[in-house]
Design a protein around this ligand. Structure first.
Ligand SMILES: NC(=O)c1ccc[n+]([C@@H]2O[C@H](COP(=O)([O-])OP(=O)(O)OC[C@H]3O[C@@H](n4cnc5c(N)ncnc54)[C@H](OP(=O)(O)O)[C@@H]3O)[C@@H](O)[C@H]2O)c1
Length: 314
């Protein structure tokens, strides 16, 4: 099979297409013929030598990627709920070795869900790591409730644009931050309040949030504590809730914590339902071919991607 191997930590030129043996599904795994996969900022961090690279080197060659949509080609022992020919999607082995930049991926069945027939492989591949992050943060980490107010930073990005739609689905009132070029996009997604972070200090505009989703870190995390009402919760997905910030939060009567998304088939099944029922619609702003992987990485590195980008195979 063809796969994109990271030859060594560094620039996008170190992502090279190679011919490798097709993996065999182990117990509990299915072999997926991949139709599309999506790219996340963690792919870039890992490619550069940070992110998850340290743990991935043990299983050389290093193949990046976690987000797939495709068709089950073979089923390992003790797999229930999936058969050869099923269209599936999911975030595979995160945090760990997903090895998703490949024509075939051996994936734990417990990390996958059936892809709704009306959803394309490109849309499904987009609705994986970023969507699970938004879902796990809002529902499991912050316990967002109907009628509450949530502040979503970087609301036009991969995680953010899913978080906005999920928060609306959950019945919350949503404030989203982005630059002016994404204002109409966010209003169309359903934000109740738009803040152009290049012009306005968020802490001056919001002071009654129940929940903050922080994909930015640094000063944003610290300043966002001021936007929370007593008892509120900030969840940083970039490690922004460092010890002193957590202490500061405690003194203010709020909670600040960090979170890392985890593969979970039950949550993927929920994504499938939300997609099927029309509550979730991924914005796929660019589709690349397998051979254009370096361009796809350069796009994410701009930090300006709207929604998701996806790579098609075949
Ligand atoms: N811990 C976890 O489990 C986890 C999971 C997923 C992602 N992450 C991390 O979370 C971060 C975001 O991920 P992502 O996939 O959403 O990234 P992304 O799609 O690349 O985010 C791009 C978006 O960020 C917006 N943006 C950039 N700077 C901003 C600022 N100062 N204020 C508001 N918006 C800003 C841009 O909007 P404009 O163009 O309008 O500026 C753009 O739409 C990454 O660092 C990623 O590694 C962590």
């Amino acid at each position: 099979m063809k796969a994109i191997v990271l030859t060594e930590a560094g620039g996008p030129e170190n992502l090279q297409m190679q011919e490798l043996p097709t993996p065999q599904p182990k117990e509990g795994e299915v072999l997926v013929k991949v139709h599309a996969f999506s790219i996340n900022p963690v792919d870039i961090k890992t490619r550069k030598g940070g992110g998850l690279l340290a743990g991935m080197k043990e299983s050389a060659p290093v193949i990046l990627g976690w987000d797939i949509s495709g068709v089950v080609e073979a089923v390992g022992a003790n797999v229930h709920g999936f058969r050869e020919g099923d269209a599936v999607f999911g975030m595979v082995n995160f945090p760990g070795n997903g090895k998703a930049y490949a024509e075939y991926v051996a994936a734990p069945a417990a990390h996958l869900a059936l892809k709704p027939a009306a959803i394309s492989h490109e849309e499904a591949a987009a609705t994986t790591l970023a969507a699970l992050t938004a879902w796990q943060v809002l529902t499991q980490q912050a316990g967002l409730q109907k009628g509450q107010r949530v502040l979503i930073h970087a609301a036009a990005g991969g995680v953010g644009h899913f978080a906005v739609q999920m928060a609306k689905y959950l019945g919350a009132s949503v404030t989203g931050t982005a630059s002016a070029e994404n204002k109409d996009f966010l209003l169309a997604l359903g934000v109740d309040q738009f803040i152009d972070y290049t012009k306005e200090e968020v802490a001056n505009a919001v002071n009654d949030a129940d929940v903050v989703l922080d994909p930015l870190g640094g000063e944003t995390t610290v300043k966002s504590l001021q936007t929370l009402k007593p008892g509120g919760t900030l969840v940083s997905i970039v490690g922004g809730a460092k010890e002193p910030v957590q202490q500061q939060a405690k003194e203010k009567g709020v909670t600040a914590k960090n979170y890392l998304v985890h593969s979970r088939g039950e949550d993927m099944a929920r994504m499938a339902t939300l997609l099927e029922d029309g509550f979730l619609k991924p914005t796929v702003s660019h589709i690349y071919t397998f051979a254009q992987i370096a361009e796809a990485h350069r796009q994410i590195e701009t930090g300006k991607t709207r929604g998701k980008i996806v790579v098609q195979i075949g």
